[in-house]
Design a binder for this molecule. Structure first.
Ligand SMILES: CC(=O)SCCNC(=O)CCNC(=O)[C@H](O)C(C)(C)COP(=O)(O)OP(=O)(O)OC[C@H]1O[C@@H](n2cnc3c(N)ncnc32)[C@H](O)[C@@H]1OP(=O)(O)O
Length: 429
């Protein structure tokens, strides 16, 4: 990256403080980078308040030398990079503090000069120095982040569900569903999500924006989103244990469709009963969901699984291991045994040879003595991929990414890294 740029880091700040103006310019630059309409002041205030809730760190890259006359001023960053830290469920309810990377943009007129590379490498090193074991992101394109050691760890897909006559679920309801005012989700959504988070490997605690969006309090343009509707699921004792936030796609969309904004259910019954409700809405023939789990009990509970038309099966959460020993030790494992993993890392953060010895599901992780032969050799990106049990080491071996030195070691790793239920991340950031 040329000397004509300077990197500045600051926190989302209160209105009236000097960093507030920096933050405002930064937010507008992010919007520009993602081709959004320019945000009005009121919306920027809301975004900043949410950023403060998350205690985000904002990184901006600024021009220090010549700024072309009439172009955006030196106060507007040419590149942005945001981070926040929340817990990730790494299986069996274990939590690992995770460095979440978001809002990565480089202005088109300054691209391909190494600005992203510098922001990313400095940020990952700083997160490691702070004691964080793992970083995560959700990617706009699949080809950007592997070079920095990120690997795909969970997946999602888009579904369209035919809720016409053939929609029938093999499930006897144990609770009930009621319509509610969308705004109740401002408080209820985080409570229900917390329960889901505790039992879902791959789940990351949500940023403040989620409750605002799913309740329609802050829509995509910053205004109240009056189109949002909400239904709650109550368990047999009358407690709310699930919700769905959704919109009607309008009378011009045929078949008549409901689009899910968010569906969060803390029990298996709540999940299926929310689907029973969605399948029962009069005049509606289709429910579409752009963020459905890849491994979905709905498909198995339906009498006719072909009610689901699935498309765009895609990467969701990407993990970047920063400290291999800490990351491996944070997990509980599904099978006992010992494995020696040889990890390579082009950025020099997490490489080495590690011995994982699991007994009763608990791991003892040590650096292997010099000269030890690894059972498996893999890149740090592939370690990120297999970590939550959603990517099979045997498949990565077949793809030529993992090298197996001890016959059967990839299958052994698959059994050891398996988690108690399908890994799924419900948090986009
Ligand atoms: C976590 C998130 O926020 S995801 C959102 C990512 N942001 C976007 O998609 C917004 C639009 N795109 C952009 O703003 C920019 O093009 C960025 C951020 C993707 C890349 O920024 P740049 O400063 O141009 O990247 P930089 O010059 O540092 O390139 C670093 C490396 O990535 C590669 N690269 C950069 N962008 C891409 C891309 N879109 N696809 C494939 N490779 C890419 C470069 O070739 C380079 O490779 P090398 O170091 O091996 O030679």
């Amino acid at each position: 990256m040329a000397d004509s740029y300077e990197i500045r880091r600051f926190r989302a700040a209160d209105k009236g403080t000097p960093d507030y103006a920096h933050g405002t310019d930064w937010i507008q630059a992010v919007g520009f980078g993602f081709h959004d309409t320019r945000r009005n002041d009121e919306f920027v205030d809301k975004i900043m308040a949410m950023y403060r809730q998350d205690d985000r760190e904002l990184t901006g890259v600024y021009q220090t030398a010549h700024v072309a006359p009439h172009s955006l001023g030196a106060n507007v960053p040419v590149a942005t990079f945001g981070t926040l830290r929340k817990d990730m469920n790494v299986g069996y309810g274990r939590q690992l503090r995770t460095h979440m990377v978001t809002a990565v943009t480089v202005r088109g007129t300054h691209r391909r000069q190494g600005i992203l590379r510098r922001m990313m490498t400095e940020d990952l090193a700083a997160a490691k120095a702070d004691g964080l074991a793992v970083a995560a992101l959700t990617a706009s394109e699949g080809s950007i982040y592997g070079r920095f050691g990120y690997g795909v760890a969970t997946f999602e897909r888009s579904i369209k569900v035919d809720t016409g006559a053939r929609f029938r679920l093999r499930h006897a309801a144990t609770g009930r569903v009621e319509i509610a005012d969308r705004k109740v989700l401002l408080d209820l959504a985080p409570e229900v999500f917390e329960r889901v988070h505790r039992h879902t490997p791959g789940s990351i605690v949500r940023q403040d924006a989620y409750r605002q969006t799913v309740s329609g309090v802050c829509g995509r343009d910053g205004a109240e989103d009056e189109a949002i509707k909400c239904a709650l699921h109550y368990d047999a004792s009358g407690s709310v244990d699930g919700y769905v936030s959704y919109k009607f796609a309008g009378w011009d969309t045929k078949p008549y469709t409901i689009e899910l904004v968010d569906l969060v259910a803390a029990t298996n019954s709540a999940y299926l009963e929310l689907w029973q409700f969605l399948g029962s809405i009069d005049l509606i023939e289709r429910v579409s969901w752009a963020e459905a789990p890849a491994d979905d009990p709905l498909a198995w509970a339906l009498e006719d699984p072909r009610c689901i038309e699935s498309s765009d099966h895609r990467d969701m959460l990407w993990l970047r291991v920063l400290d291999t020993g800490k990351t491996l030790a944070a997990r509980r494992y599904s099978a006992d045994g010992a494995l020696i993993l040889g990890i390579s890392d082009a950025l020099g953060l997490a490489g080495g040879t590690f011995r994982v010895e699991v007994s009763g599901g608990e791991a003892n992780v040590t650096e292997a003595p010099a000269g030890s032969e690894a059972d498996l050799s893999l890149d740090v990106a592939d370690l990120g991929s297999v970590y939550l049990g959603a990517v099979c080491p045997v498949t990565l071996k077949a793809a030529g990414l993992i090298t197996e030195h001890t016959p059967g070691a990839a299958l052994k790793a698959r059994l050891m890294f398996a988690v108690e239920r399908p890994a799924h991340c419900l948090t986009h950031f």
